[in-house]
Design a protein around this ligand. Structure first.
Ligand SMILES: [Zn+2]
Length: 196
């Protein structure tokens, strides 16, 4: 059984370089050391660790960086290999960013949608990926309370992309994997697909 440990000294040291509202450097797949780190499987974290607020604040500052804004960011992208990410809720009023601690995707719809994706860690590549139209996700808040939710549409795409980061998977690898699979059209325009 994996232990849900608080952030360690090395992680806190990295997070304390700069103020809590300052963006951090985003690891890039084009850098070999960064790339190796981005491909590691992240460890769960103690959801009640008070220092998680610092991690979330710095993730938020980084994803909202005017120079390079995004709709989601995972902790490993700023060099913290823990199971935490932020995603913009395009399915909610005012599109707030929400954080997900120790998330698990417990159900994926069989029907998938093909859509273009990019990544803050992969410069200049935007390509089509098939993602489940709807998912069921479970996660914790900072009080250690456990939630589960069914999410669909583009927000579900963001959640699947960010969840992949926690397992060291980048979207070009999903495309690579999908090239080996057979998909069947589930809509006349070919936007919706499914695998047998
Ligand atoms: Zn990404």
């Amino acid at each position: 059984m994996e232990s849900f440990t608080p952030l360690n000294e090395i992680e806190l040291n990295l997070l304390s370089q700069g103020s809590v509202s300052e963006p951090m450097r985003v690891l890039q797949s084009t850098d070999s050391i960064d790339n190796q780190s981005l491909h590691e499987k992240c460890k769960p974290v103690d959801a009640r660790d008070p220092n998680l607020k610092i991690l979330i604040s710095r993730l938020y500052a980084t994803v909202r960086d005017e120079e390079k804004p995004g709709v989601g960011i995972a902790a490993p992208q700023i060099g913290i290999n823990r199971r935490v990410f932020l995603a913009q809720r395009l399915d909610k009023k005012d599109n707030p960013f929400e954080f997900f601690v120790n998330p698990e995707i417990v159900w994926y719809s069989k029907v998938m949608r093909v859509g273009e994706e990019g990544c803050l860690s992969i410069p200049d590549i935007y390509e089509e990926v098939a993602r489940s139209l709807a998912i069921q996700i479970t996660y914790y808040d900072l009080e250690g309370q456990h939630f589960q939710e069914v999410v669909e549409g583009y927000t579900a795409v963001i959640l699947q992309h960010e969840f992949d980061h926690l397992n060291g998977v980048l979207f070009p690898e999903r495309i690579e994997e999908q090239l080996q699979e057979e998909f069947f059209s589930a809509s006349p325009n070919g936007e919706l697909v499914y695998r047998k």
